[in-house]
Write a protein that binds this ligand. Structure first.
Ligand code: PAF
Length: 290
């Protein structure tokens, strides 16, 4: 596996390829990232990963400083799944001067849910992803692979690619989970043993909300707000501090007011101790009965 530390090195390595398959990451890689790499591998003529902890997507009180930097073990993992090229720039490469030009995503999509609780998060994500795409796809179009665990991020990036007509095809990969159902995340490493045992309750709360919606649809009556409040209260009772647990339309993440057969997704974010976890679950009801 080649390692490019600078934009020039990256562009030089990539100049002979026609279709890079790219997985951007912030490092501290786990099996979920490796699934993205495995998916990317057959989609391009070179498999590229990046590791860059992007300051722009962290609020001042968040964990930018303590975000785990595990470069050597990340490299071993990338090699094990056949990654050909790793782009691992330092900040002077990606942000040689204060990044005052930024990519501003559509507030209707980016200022809700994660964007409401982490203002500016998606501006930071879009800005770095746009920059990474310009570097990786400088000579060609290609494919970029993202996880469905960051459901809203995936939607925002798809919209950015579409609206800026970027020559990049976005492929998504289902969330990788631990055997108990906890969504894999770099931040799971912050959990104490006791918290780790409890952490699966976030996905259980989402499953319960999804199940309540399914039964409500079958009965023909369902109070969405009441079900969401019950789900929030359930997590609070267990000692969590939830930001949201909510039923949304898959098309635009708008709130579900009245239950229908339109594709929906349940999304949640909650803090357990000092660790903030997110997860989601798509609901497909099939065609409406005639
Ligand atoms: O999902 C992530 O790890 C980050 O948000 C990304 C896409 C690498 C941008 O920094």
């Amino acid at each position: 596996m080649l390692i490019a530390r600078t934009l020039d090195e990256l562009r030089q390595h990539l100049s002979v390829y026609k279709q890079p398959a790219f997985v951007p990451t912030m490092g501290n890689l786990h099996d979920g990232h490796l699934d993205l790499l495995r998916t990317a591998k057959p989609l391009g003529d070179i498999t590229v990963a990046s590791i860059f902890v992007n300051r722009l997507q962290f609020l001042p009180h968040e964990d930018f400083g303590s975000y785990p930097r595990t470069f050597d073990s990340d490299c071993d993992k990338l090699k094990s799944v056949g990654c050909d090229l790793l782009f691992a720039p330092d900040e002077t490469q990606l942000y040689p001067q204060a990044q005052t030009f930024k990519v501003q995503p559509d507030p209707a999509l980016a200022d809700i849910l994660e964007g409401q609780f982490r203002p500016g998060f998606f501006t930071g994500v879009c800005t770095v992803v746009m920059k990474l795409f310009h570097c990786v796809f400088a000579h060609s179009g290609g494919v970029a692979v993202f996880g469905q665990k960051d459901y809203q991020q995936l939607m925002v990036i798809k919209q950015m690619v579409k609206q800026f007509a970027l020559p990049v095809q976005i492929t998504s990969v289902a969330t990788s989970r631990a055997p108990d159902g906890l969504a894999l995340s770099s931040r799971n490493g912050y959990l104490s043993a006791e918290e780790r045992a409890e952490a699966v309750q976030l996905s259980r709360a989402l499953q319960a909300l999804a199940q309540a919606a399914r039964s409500g649809l079958a009965r023909g009556e369902f109070d969405v707000a009441q079900a969401e409040q019950a789900a929030l209260a359930g997590l609070r009772d267990r000692g969590w501090a939830p930001d949201y647990l909510t039923l949304r339309h898959q098309s635009d993440l708008s709130p579900v007011m009245v239950l229908s057969h339109a594709p929906m997704v349940v999304l949640g974010a909650a803090k357990l101790g000092k660790t903030r976890l997110i997860d989601n679950l798509e609901l497909a009801f099939g065609a409406a009965p005639h």
